[in-house]
Ligand binder design. Structure first.
Ligand code: SAH
Length: 456
């Protein structure tokens, strides 16, 4: 049965873009019916081809730009392979910051019903390129050759790429070099479809302040062919390497890392500094990818916490204790909780490394450990949360509402779940005072924000 919508599949039409979606596509309205077109920018007029029409929306492909936005920057075809994951590559930086500020404001209003919360302009970077301290590139095979780079958007095809414009040069060099060594040694790339082959991903992480490099080879089985030659060549050609780790991921999954790691050479960790605090980081631990902006983000979180030295603080989702140790310098006591055991090992090591004695860490789910603490009489004056993209577990929010810390500081990498969780806290007696977006991920649609929340 054929349906009639305001646009028809395969039709060519002229549209004007009014907005951008959360994944950076242009939004045009045809008789009120939204059509999403990757590459379109607000204010632009374009000819598009409709490639899909459903009940609620259509999807189009940009055919010809008829009027351009002054925010548009050109990207040549030859350069395109350097822009893996850069969904906003066609928007000048000023436009990207405006887009992220609007996105936070819109989502807080739409999902959080928080229309009048103060949202500050995004804190951006002076040079919004070459910032990532980590890359994990998928490895595959094309025409009998090992390739590595990034997945083509919405596909499982790997674009072979040796450089990314948002990665630190040392990270690019590490990936390129390890890839070249693997090609020379005839290492077999993993095949997603047949679940055969060896090397699945190459990961590199770089401590920008210390110049220390970690290389992680992720394979399907515990067998790493040519192990000794591989290690020898990496050490020889990448003098900054301090740690080479083998991670085994034998599952059929999109998740990059498996649970098992073995140190092949050097240390289990690399070190880095954020401000004056030194951190040990192991392969499985989360560590912010934009070191310059991390300082900006943590300083804002610290400012919102407003500590004067007498407070007890709980840092939920604490990772390797980065925010906890920042806070510990200004608080009486900090409790950190985190689900990855290796990260808590790092956190404890980091407290010792910095001679911080008033921070204590526990392994577990925040939504299990914090209620347990609460039942044992441990409460907080300030509660910090920094959850993954899916936001806070409802059980945790419920405990916060019962525990009633005077202040909650919410660091979020997903404005939609931030808005959802702020609504729950507001309904539980809290008030959101202000939200500060920080651009941790220039050129991409990812958006980070810190919110300051107090008892109403
Ligand atoms: N605050 C840290 C880490 C933030 S990333 C930093 O800035 O570096 C979010 C962290 O939450 C990750 O380390 C992840 O392992 C952890 N995590 C995910 N789900 C969790 C849960 N249910 N309980 C506790 N920690 C969790």
């Amino acid at each position: 049965m054929s349906q009639t919508y305001p646009v028809q599949k395969n039709e060519y039409i002229d549209v004007i873009f009014e907005d951008l979606t959360h994944d950076g596509a242009g939004v045009a309205k045809v008789d009120g019916y939204p059509v999403f077109v990757p590459g379109g920018l607000p204010g632009e007029k374009a000819n598009i081809k409709v490639i899909k029409a459903t009940k609620g929306y259509g999807i189009g492909r940009l055919v010809e730009l008829l009027e351009r936005s002054h925010f548009r920057v050109e990207v040549s075809q030859e350069e395109a392979h350097k822009y893996g994951g850069c969904q906003l590559q066609h928007i000048g930086y000023e436009g990207q910051l405006m887009y992220k500020e609007n996105q936070v404001r819109q989502v807080l209003a739409r999902i959080g019903k928080l229309d009048d919360v103060k949202v500050h302009p995004v804190l951006g970077m002076e040079h919004p390129w070459q910032y990532r301290n980590k890359a994990q590139v998928p490895v595959g095979e094309k025409d009998g050759k090992l390739v590595a780079g990034f997945f083509k958007p919405r596909s499982h095809e790997i674009v072979d790429s040796n450089e990314s414009l948002i990665q630190l040069p040392d990270v690019n060099e590490a990936i390129q070099t390890v890839k070249q060594i693997c090609i020379e040694l005839g290492i077999k790339p993993y095949n997603e479809e047949t679940h055969k082959g060896d090397l699945r991903h190459i990961m590199a992480r770089y401590g920008k302040q210390t110049g220390e490099l970690m290389v992680v080879l992720i394979t399907r089985t515990s067998d790493l062919p040519q192990k000794n030659k591989l290690v020898e060549a990496i050490v020889d050609r990448l003098p900054k390497v301090k740690s080479i780790v083998h991670n085994i991921n034998s599952r059929r999954t999109n998740v990059i890392m498996g649970d098992k790691t073995k140190v092949l050479w050097g240390r289990e960790v690399i070190y880095d500094y954020i401000g004056s605090v030194k951190f040990a980081i192991s392969a499985l631990s989360f560590y912010q990818v934009n070191p310059d902006q991390t300082k900006v983000l943590y300083d804002k979180a610290l400012e919102y916490a407003g500590l004067n030295g007498g407070e007890t603080v709980i840092d939920a989702y604490c990772g390797i204790g980065t925010i906890s140790l920042f806070l510990a310098q200004k608080a009486k006591k900090v409790y950190g909780v985190e689900i990855v055991p290796e990260a808590i090992e790092d956190a404890r090591r980091n407290a010792e490394l910095n001679e911080i004695a008033n921070a204590e860490f526990a392994v577990g789910k925040a939504e299990d450990v914090i209620p347990k603490w609460y039942s044992e009489g441990i409460t907080a004056d300030v509660l910090m949360v920094d959850p993954p993209r899916k936001g806070c577990d409802e059980a945790l929010l419920k405990t916060i509402i019962e525990m009633k810390p005077k202040k909650v500081v919410y660091v979020s990498c997903n404005p939609a779940t931030l808005a959802r969780d702020l609504r729950i806290l507001e309904d539980g007696g809290y008030k959101t005072l202000e939200v500060q977006p920080v651009d941790m991920f220039p050129q991409t649609t990812h958006c980070e924000a810190v919110a300051k929340i107090v008892i109403a």
